[in-house]
Design a protein around this ligand. Structure first.
Ligand code: PGA
Length: 254
């Protein structure tokens, strides 16, 4: 059975001081180990976060990584640099990287491959825009975004399906819409790997996931957790989503 993963994507929020305060407060809630939990502060806050998370089960993710280990790439950070400061995860191909910084599928795959070679686990983001959904192109887009993922190590890979129209907008995919799309993505993973391997890969939902809708989205059979932006910035709402996932896991066990 796939273990839920609740990952907070802080984007360009929380410097060192706010990161310390958040992590201390999160640790004080004693988050359950029934659910995997990951936080992803901005680069400059990663060392502080790594220090505070030492000995805890909470994972630490960077929000991007370069595909080379070193070189003349002004402004970039490599996988080995991230593991050196204690990160164990990285988010790759987020739609904001794609839309605002010209990220391509090819670049995202290269980053993911390099990240895994450096020992990082990858949260690989995919998702259609509103125009693509309205033009009935959702599945075609997801198929091309997952093309080539078969070259990655599936045991260190998590997919985040994030419909672009739901990110930061307050609009959420309905639970049925999420399930339908996640099941389609799992089919793409079956073709990239095998049915058995695809069955073990977690597919997170992202896009205005919050305490108010977590209980509806997380029970869907192909929804294995969430990549959370806005609602991950507040310890109370992030913890409430972790608890919702734990409730859901307990429900599945009974
Ligand atoms: P949101 O962001 O939860 O604020 O919609 C999700 C994401 O961009 O990962």
């Amino acid at each position: 059975m796939r273990k839920f993963l609740i990952a907070g994507n802080w984007k360009m929020h929380k410097g060192v001081g706010e990161t310390s305060a958040f992590i201390e407060a999160l640790l004080a809630t004693n988050p359950t180990s029934v659910v995997d939990v990951v936080v992803s502060p901005p680069y400059t806050s990663l060392p502080t976060a790594a220090m505070l998370l030492t000995g805890s089960e909470i994972g630490l993710a960077a929000q991007n990584v370069h595909w080379e280990t070193s070189g003349a790439y002004t402004g970039e950070i490599s996988g080995v640099m991230l593991t050196e400061i204690g990160a164990s995860w990285v988010i790759v191909g987020h739609s904001e990287r794609r839309a605002l910084f010209g990220e391509t599928d090819r670049a995202a795959r290269d980053r993911a491959r390099a990240a895994q070679e450096a020992g990082l686990k990858v949260i690989y983001c995919i998702g259609e825009t509103l125009e693509e959904r309205e033009a009935d192109r959702t599945f075609e887009v997801l198929e091309s975004q997952t093309d080539g993922l078969g070259a990655l190590d599936p045991s260190e890979l998590v997919i985040a399906y994030e419909p672009v129209w739901a990110i930061g907008t307050g609009r959420t995919a309905s639970p049925d819409q999420a399930q339908e799309t996640h099941a389609f993505v799992r089919g793409c993973l079956e073709r990239a790997f095998s049915t058995e391997v695809a069955d073990g890969i977690r597919i997170l939902y992202g896009g205005s996931l919050k305490p108010g809708n977590a209980h509806e989205l997380l029970p869907k059979s192909d929804v294995d957790g969430g990549l959370i932006g806005g609602a991950s910035l507040d310890v109370d709402s992030f913890s409430a989503i972790i608890r919702a996932a734990a409730d859901c896991a307990a429900g599945e066990l009974t």
